[in-house]
Design a protein around this ligand. Structure first.
Ligand SMILES: [Ca+2]
Ligand SMILES: [Ca+2]
Length: 322
C-alpha cells in the first residue's frame, strides 16, 4: 500500500464484498434517505498567475486572474466578503471564513474556475478524513469542480518557489481525494471537468462509496497513480487523457506501480473516448478481477506496461455502451 494512501485506509473502508452486503443491510435505507441530492451552492474561483513572485495576492486590478477586478487574488480573495468569489479551490469547497463566512460551497455545490491559473492545492471532496486538515464535512452533497470553457486550471503539486514550502508534501500526497462514506451504495455525485492534475503521488483517489464523473481532464506526470479507485465507487472517465504517470521527475520515491488508472474492490469503471498512454506501469490495472467492473468504449491504451492488466469488457456495439 502506498504511504500516501495509508492514512485514508481505515478498517471501515476495507470491508470485503461479502461483509459489504451485511453492512448494507445493517445500515438500511435510513442513511441515504437523508442524502442531499442537490448541488446547492454555486461559487466562482478566480485564476492566479503568482506574479511577480509565488504567493502574490495583491495585483493590478483585472490582471493575473483577478476576475472581479478588486485587485485581490489567491487567499486575499478567499475572505474579503460575501461575494461568493474565491481565490483558492480549498476555500471555495469549504464553508467560507472571515467576511466570507457561510458563503462557500461547503461540499455541496458547483465550483466554476473562471480565469486560468495554477492551483497548488491538495483537495478533499466529501467527508472529513485524516490527512486533509480543515477540509470535508459530515454531510456532503453533490460537488462539481470545473473550469469554464477556455480556462486552463492547472492543479499542480509543484509551485516553483512556493513561499509556504509545500512542494515536497504535495508531491508525496494526493491531488484530489474523494470520500463520501463507507456505505456500499454510492450516494452523492462528484464531477471533475476541464481540469489538469499533475505531479502528485496520486492524482485522483476515490474511497468509500462515491459516484464520480471525470470529464475532459488531463491527468499526467503523477508518481504512482494517475487515478486510483478503491472500495465501491461508480466512476465514468470520458474525453480525457491519462498520460505519463510514473515518469515524474524528480520521482522522490518509488514510482510503483506508475499506473494510469487502477481500480480495486467493488469499483465499477467506465472509460469512454479517452487516451491512456505512456504511463510507466499499466495503463489500466483492474485488481477487482471482475470483467464487467471495467467497460471500455472507444479507448486508446498505448505504450503502457502493459496497456491493460486484468479483465475487461470492450463494448461490442460501435454506437452504444453501458
Ligand atoms: Ca479578485
Ligand atoms: Ca471573495
Amino acid at each position: 500500500m502506498k504511504e500516501s494512501l495509508k492514512r485514508f485506509k481505515f478498517p471501515v473502508l476495507r470491508i470485503g464484498l461479502s461483509s459489504a452486503v451485511f453492512v448494507a443491510l445493517l445500515v438500511g435505507t435510513g442513511s441515504w434517505g437523508s442524502v442531499n441530492v442537490s448541488a446547492n451552492h454555486p461559487v466562482l474561483v478566480e485564476g492566479n498567475c503568482d506574479s511577480p513572485v509565488p504567493g502574490t495576492t495583491i495585483v493590478t486590478p483585472g490582471t493575473c486572474g483577478d476576475y472581479d477586478g478588486d485587485g485581490r487574488i489567491g487567499t486575499a480573495e478567499d475572505t474579503d466578503g460575501a461575494d461568493r468569489i474565491f481565490g483558492t479551490l480549498k476555500a471555495a469547497l469549504g464553508p467560507g471564513t472571515g467576511a466570507a463566512a457561510g458563503t462557500g460551497a461547503n461540499n455541496n455545490g458547483r465550483i466554476t474556475i473562471v480565469r486560468s491559473g495554477r492551483f497548488a492545492e491538495s483537495l478533499l471532496i466529501g467527508m472529513t478524513i485524516p490527512g486533509f486538515p480543515d477540509q470535508g464535512t459530515a454531510t456532503p452533497g453533490n460537488v462539481t469542480i470545473e473550469a469554464a470553457p477556455g480556462v486552463e486550471a492547472n492543479i499542480d503539486a509543484v509551485l516553483q518557489g512556493d513561499p509556504a514550502g509545500g512542494n515536497t508534501a504535495r508531491q508525496a500526497g494526493t491531488g484530489i481525494m474523494i470520500y463520501n462514506g463507507s456505505n456500499t451504495t454510492p450516494t452523492t455525485v462528484v464531477t471533475l471537468r476541464n481540469l489538469v492534475i499533475r505531479n502528485f503521488a496520486e492524482g485522483i483517489v476515490t474511497a468509500g462509496s462515491t459516484r464520480v464523473n471525470i470529464d475532459n481532464c488531463r491527468i499526467e506526470n503523477n508518481r504512482d497513480y494517475g487515478i486510483h479507485l478503491t472500495d465501491f465507487g461508480q466512476v465514468v472517465i470520458s474525453n480525457s487523457q491519462i498520460q505519463s504517470n510514473g515518469f515524474r521527475i524528480p520521482v522522490s520515491g518509488p514510482s510503483t506501480p506508475g499506473a494510469g488508472i487502477e481500480l480495486e474492490d467493488g469499483v465499477q469503471l467506465r472509460v469512454v473516448h479517452t487516451v491512456i498512454s505512456n504511463n510507466f506501469g499499466p495503463g489500466i490495472l483492474n485488481l477487482s478481477q471482475v470483467p464487467n467492473s471495467l467497460v471500455l468504449f472507444k479507448v486508446v491504451a498505448s505504450f503502457n506496461n502493459p496497456d491493460i492488466s486484468g479483465p475487461f469488457i470492450s463494448a461490442p456495439d460501435h454506437n452504444y455502451s453501458n
